[in-house]
Ligand binder design. Structure first.
Ligand SMILES: Cc1cc2nc3c(=O)[nH]c(=O)nc-3n(C[C@H](O)[C@H](O)[C@H](O)COP(=O)(O)OP(=O)(O)OC[C@H]3O[C@@H](n4cnc5c(N)ncnc54)[C@H](O)[C@@H]3O)c2cc1C
Length: 459
């Protein structure tokens, strides 16, 4: 049997929008593949739903659950080349590979992401300025098309599908397995620095001084302070530790906490966010703190709280991540932060980073040189959507872009301006594949679909 029906309704991490799929079909074996051409509705691969908005959802259509494609296929100890099925998670790779002295080339802020998802969103990490995106390290993969064709894609072979599928939002077909390069490490520990900064200018200065010496950089920021300084925060930077002795020291496993219920909406209001920011900023007394920590809390602090997305309550939340080119970054950032402060919507978790100039390989890859900021907003109805539309306009004017993996609402016009290669990309979209995101940003949402989506959101 190729497929099995399951009842689990796929959700995205932000839990907005909530949509209904006609059904979920699980794929278990690479050797017994379904005839996608026979599907009566459109389909979209779905792995762990760590995308925040609707790029992993296909309202009214079929969700192809690929999370069972979990087999490691081969590993070359000389070159670090790993080949595995697309549903293998980064967490599983780390569990197996870190004790053998290998690490992911690029990692996002959670390890509960699949290899297929990492390719389809061409994800970035704290080392973007050094390593570029995940796709930069992919050497090849196999793509199943609804025609039944199985394409081996690499920079040399079927290269147009290679560049369309990296960052291709799951729309070009089903990635069955992928091969990519891991990087050698001496031990599982990170030499980490936390440096407090009191303004955006100070952030730029620390960032400039850190890029050459630190492989990983990112900052937690408080954008609610107002005034000339624009923001304050803690700059976090690190390198893999190189002590051979530490290779013998076992990593302490953190006991995960869990958010057991959906919080009521008043819990994360802007006063609470302000109070949290105040405490967090002042919790670090010296300006600079140096520590050696295991890779886990450095890369994945949020993973220690399971279901933390429930803190935003039943209505869910939207993450908004944009990049502004350096040339216009300061002015546009000032305008965006001003708008957010005036709106009274507090972002609980805000992360700032500079992207480097390593070219992303995907036609629709999001990262490009500039300043990127990611904010979380509880969904409070149309006023949240209006605010994000306003922010889109500023991002657009500055020549920047908004990240589709986090998006649930950008307009077709915005998307098409942010991603000018979208028409070229469209030629590689599989005729049987679609997503809620894709229909919205290409203006092909049917009225019925929109209505059914609105209905589900009011549930
Ligand atoms: C706490 C947190 C932190 C994050 N930090 C970052 C970050 O630092 N940087 C960053 O870039 N992103 C980040 N993300 C976003 C996340 O990395 C991406 O959304 C990622 O793609 C999710 O992978 P997934 O396996 O959950 O895939 P899903 O969300 O299930 O799907 C994502 C996309 O991949 C496609 N897809 C999945 N499997 C396949 C397959 N086998 N073949 C073809 N297409 C497939 C889907 O159709 C969909 O379009 C973060 C998310 C969370 C929740």
């Amino acid at each position: 049997m190729d497929f099995q029906n399951t009842t689990r309704q796929p959700r995205s991490w932000g839990r907005y929008p909530k949509v209904r799929h006609s059904r979920v079909q699980s794929i278990y074996w690479r050797s017994e593949l379904p005839d996608l051409g026979q599907l009566e509705e459109t389909a979209l691969p779905y792995a762990y739903g760590r995308s925040y908005g609707d790029s992993c959802l296909n309202a009214g259509g079929i969700s192809l659950d690929v999370s069972h494609l979990q087999r490691f296929i081969s590993f070359d100890e000389e070159t670090g080349l790993l080949r595995c099925e697309s549903g293998v998670s980064l967490a599983e790779i780390l569990d197996v590979m870190v004790p053998r002295g290998w690490f992911l080339p690029v990692s996002p802020g959670t390890r509960f992401v699949s290899v297929g998802g990492a390719i389809a969103n061409d994800i970035h990490g704290k080392n973007h300025h050094r390593a570029g995106t995940f796709g930069c390290h992919v050497t090849r993969f196999e793509l199943l098309r609804s025609s039944g064709e199985r394409l081996i894609c690499s920079p040399e072979q079927n290269s147009e599908f290679f560049h369309a599928t990296i960052g291709g939002l799951g729309l070009t077909g089903l990635i069955l397995w992928a091969e990519f390069r891991l990087k050698p490490i001496v031990n599982p520990y990170i030499d980490m620095d936390h440096v407090r900064f009191a303004s955006l200018d100070e952030f730029f200065a620390i960032s400039a001084e850190s890029d050459a010496d630190y492989e990983y950089t990112m900052s937690w920021v408080d954008i609610l302070i107002g005034g000339e300084n624009l923001c304050r925060g803690i700059f976090m930077r690190g390198n893999h530790n190189r002590s051979r002795q530490l290779a013998e020291k076992p990593v302490k496993k953190r006991l995960p906490l869990a958010v057991p219920i959906d919080f009521p909406p008043f819990v994360l209001n802007s006063l609470i966010v302000k109070a949290f920011n105040e405490l967090y900023y002042h919790a670090q007394v010296p300006k600079r703190v140096h520590k050696v920590v295991s890779y886990d809390p450095f890369f994945y602090p949020l993973d220690s709280i399971h279901n933390w997305n429930r803190m935003y309550g039943k209505r869910g939340f939207l993450q908004y991540q944009f990049v502004l080119p350096f040339e216009d970054g300061h002015g546009a950032m000032r305008e965006i932060l001003g708008r957010i402060r005036r709106s009274g919507e507090g972002s609980f978790l805000t992360v700032l980073k500079e992207f480097g100039d390593i070219q992303s390989p995907g036609m629709l890859s999001f990262p490009r040189p500039g300043l990127t900021l990611a904010l979380d907003f509880a969904y409070s109805g149309p006023k949240t959507l209006r605010l994000l539309d306003e922010l889109d306009r500023i991002v657009l004017q500055s020549g920047g872009a908004v990240y589709p993996a986090k998006d649930a609402r950008m307009s077709a016009e915005s998307f098409q301006n942010f991603f000018p290669r979208w028409e070229e990309f469209s030629a590689y979209v599989d005729p049987k594949f679609s997503s809620s995101f894709w229909r919205r940003v290409t203006d092909s949402v049917s009225v019925e679909n929109e209505k059914s989506q609105e209905l589900v959101n009011t549930l």
